[in-house]
Design a protein around this ligand. Structure first.
Ligand code: NAD
Length: 428
């Protein structure tokens, strides 16, 4: 359950301020970049299946679009807040910049729990969301995508509503679409695979053989399961994954000493990435408390579920064996936990670099939609690997050269590029 006192936007601003000091940015530049350029708050009335009308709160935030149209997912979450959306929009700006794609940062959300909504109600919610921002988003303005608890189906409903309003076909308005509907091959795998491409590079720089490593994953959704998949293909041992349990309203960790089997776990996982506990036990999994993933005797931790998961309180429980934390989720590590990881010499690959594979592939999706010509999956993944590897090597080289923490090095590169774009445009 998210902690109410936790404010992701404050964290995003603190992280920015630290780098702004380091770069000596002037006041106007700070004022421009530590807040979103635009934010939209709106209500979405939805006719429910029982005939009643329920009103949902929706948001869209465009943090900065100096380098290109805003880009970022739409989250459906019962604890969604505007500050989370603002933080995530800001992180999208840095993410697109750090991997050097010509897009800015945006994010959207709806306060809702899709567990309690039928397909038809979700469709109406998606269409209602688009109606409220139909003139504020678009292929050349702001391009949404799937995120927590939204899928390709939600994106197609959104695209369809946008196309009805604007009377045309605009596949570039949204990414994360299914194949055949303008989607790119490789998009589903992109974020999780991207996490493992940068992990592979980090291990190689440290001289560690990936086949001799073990990793603990938090989450079992899109990001985590594809990270598990590629990490296993590279010969690593995924010791455990954790996920939410809707029935008990808390998370559990699923562990197998010789490594979890992705395919067998997928067979007992629902569409929200929640594993059936009883079935898992029958398959020989140890079912541990939700936070047990963090204290396992592994080399690598991959938080890939939610923000605010590695904190000042639980960071001390991380095993001395852990060498790398690769942040698959957005904002999983709090600033006080960052200090502990830094002191302990744990190498952190920060979220907006590690999980940039999704947005990079979304950019590829737009490029392909514009050409109306689609690449093979191998082509997409190999372009993705090149982009992620280049970005990782630039950040790690800067971190070494200036003796910076990886998160700070990634920020320095990303923020500098956005500042440059704002200067070129004459905004500052
Ligand atoms: P998802 O909805 O597919 O999966 C989320 C997973 O986290 C599920 O398995 C869920 O059961 C689990 N979970 C929820 N609460 C938990 C808890 N308290 N403890 C343990 N597990 C919990 O979401 P996703 O697309 O995999 O995204 C995960 C994270 O990665 C989010 O922070 C998201 O913003 C970020 N991200 C996603 C993408 C993408 O392309 N999907 C791209 C970049 C960043």
């Amino acid at each position: 359950m998210p902690d109410k006192s936790f404010n992701a936007f404050k964290i995003a601003q603190e992280q920015f301020d630290k780098v702004a000091d380091y770069l000596g940015l002037d006041q106007a530049t700070r004022d421009l970049l530590r807040n979103p350029l635009r934010e939209y708050h709106f209500l979405i009335p939805v006719r429910m299946d029982d005939g009643s009308v329920k009103v949902f709160q929706g948001f869209r935030v465009q943090h900065n679009d100096a380098r290109g149209p805003a880009k970022g997912g739409v989250r459906f979450h019962p604890q969604e807040t505007i500050d989370t959306v603002k933080a995530l929009a800001m992180w999208m700006t840095w993410k697109c910049s750090v991997v050097d794609i010509p897009l800015g940062g945006g994010k959207g959300g709806v306060v809702c729990d899709p567990h309690n909504l039928s397909e038809r109600e979700q469709e109406n919610l998606c269409r209602g969301w688009v109606r409220q921002v139909a003139y504020n988003i678009g292929p050349y303005l702001d391009v949404p995508a799937p995120d927590v608890m939204t899928s390709g189906q939600h994106m197609v409903w959104m695209m369809d509503e946008f196309e009805k309003i604007h009377n045309g076909r605009f596949p570039g308005v949204i990414t994360g679409k299914p194949q055949g509907m303008g989607g790119s091959l490789g998009r589903t795998e992109a974020t999780g695979y991207g996490v493992v491409y940068v992990l592979r590079e980090a291990l190689s720089e440290m001289g560690i053989d990936i086949r001799k490593t073990k990793a603990a994953f938090q989450g079992f959704g899109n990001v985590s399961r594809h990270a598990v998949e590629l990490y296993s293909q590279y010969g690593g041992v995924p010791l455990c994954v954790s996920c939410w349990d809707q029935e008990e309203q808390k998370a559990f960790t699923y562990l197998k000493e010789d490594g979890i089997d992705l395919q067998e776990l997928l067979k007992i996982t629902n569409r929200f990435g929640e594993i059936d506990k009883d079935e898992a036990r029958k398959l020989g999994y140890e079912v541990l408390p939700g936070d047990a993933w963090i204290e396992q005797d592994v080399d690598i931790l991959v938080p890939a579920a939610l923000e605010h998961q590695i904190t000042g309180e639980n960071a001390s429980r991380i095993s001395p064996r852990v060498k790398i934390v690769v942040e698959g989720a957005n904002g999983p590590t709090t600033p006080d936990a960052d200090l502990i990881l830094q002191e302990r010499g744990i190498f952190v690959i920060p979220d907006f670099l590690a999980n940039a594979g999704g947005v990079t592939c979304s950019y590829f999706e737009q490029v392909q939609c514009n050409m109306n010509y689609f690449w093979t999956k191998d082509e997409v993944l190999s372009k993705l690997d090149t982009k992620m590897t280049e970005a990782y090597l630039q950040v790690s080289a800067l971190a070494r050269e200036r003796k910076l923490y990886m998160r700070d090095a990634a920020y320095v590169i990303a923020i500098q590029r956005v500042v440059e774009a704002c200067k070129w445009r004459g905004w500052i």
